[in-house]
Design a protein around this ligand. Structure first.
Ligand SMILES: [Zn+2]
Length: 188
């Protein structure tokens, strides 16, 4: 996360609408999820955080577990050597890399059957946007998240209705997201 996000900022709702497809909604959501566990340290692992990962981004996509273990082993070894040579800042960076690789190889990051993984960050955006803009309908949020140049490339509608195919898919994904958040003890 780049910057500190204030969840009590009264303008947060409108700020989320400025770039609904960008990283800001994902960062706000991560802050919301991490907040109840802040006292346990910045690296506290929450499996639901893998929902923000875009499977088409090669930097964050899920890794083959075996490859992830091999790569994490190298970073863990380097962490130990850096600690022994009294380079705590470098060791911290190396440990963070080991953790990032492990998260990408972990079972909770692997693609799930039944729903395309690309829907997960979209569900995160929809949920956090509606959390701070409760008057928006899911169809309106689908317009914000799916439409490109005035038209949805998935269903070809210019405006989604409450019963449109994309809205149903988004609704299912948001319900699954809520269950995953509840499983991690996050208030929804
Ligand atoms: Zn659509």
């Amino acid at each position: 996360m780049q910057r500190e996000i204030d969840l009590t900022n009264p303008r947060l709702g409108s700020e989320l609408l400025k770039d609904p497809k960008g990283n800001f909604p994902l960062d706000v959501w991560e802050t919301y999820c991490s907040k109840p566990f802040a006292h346990l340290g910045p690296l506290y692992p929450l499996s639901v955080l893998s929902w923000r990962i875009d499977p088409s981004d090669p930097k964050t996509a899920a890794l083959d577990p075996q490859k992830a273990a091999d790569e994490a082993f190298t970073w863990a070894l380097q962490t130990l050597m850096l600690l022994k040579s009294n380079q705590p800042a470098e060791a911290m960076e190396s440990a963070q890399r080991a953790l990032n690789v492990l998260v990408r190889g972990a079972s909770f990051s692997q693609p799930k059957r039944g729903q395309p993984a690309s829907m997960r960050p979209t569900a995160v955006r929809a949920w956090i946007i509606r959390k701070f803009n409760p008057t928006l309908s899911l169809a309106e949020v689908a317009d914000l998240l799916f439409r490109e140049n005035g038209k949805c490339p998935r269903c070809r509608l210019t405006r989604h209705q409450y019963n449109s195919r994309c809205v149903n898919a988004l609704s299912t994904a948001v319900q699954n997201l809520c269950s995953a958040m509840k499983d991690d003890g996050i208030p929804v």
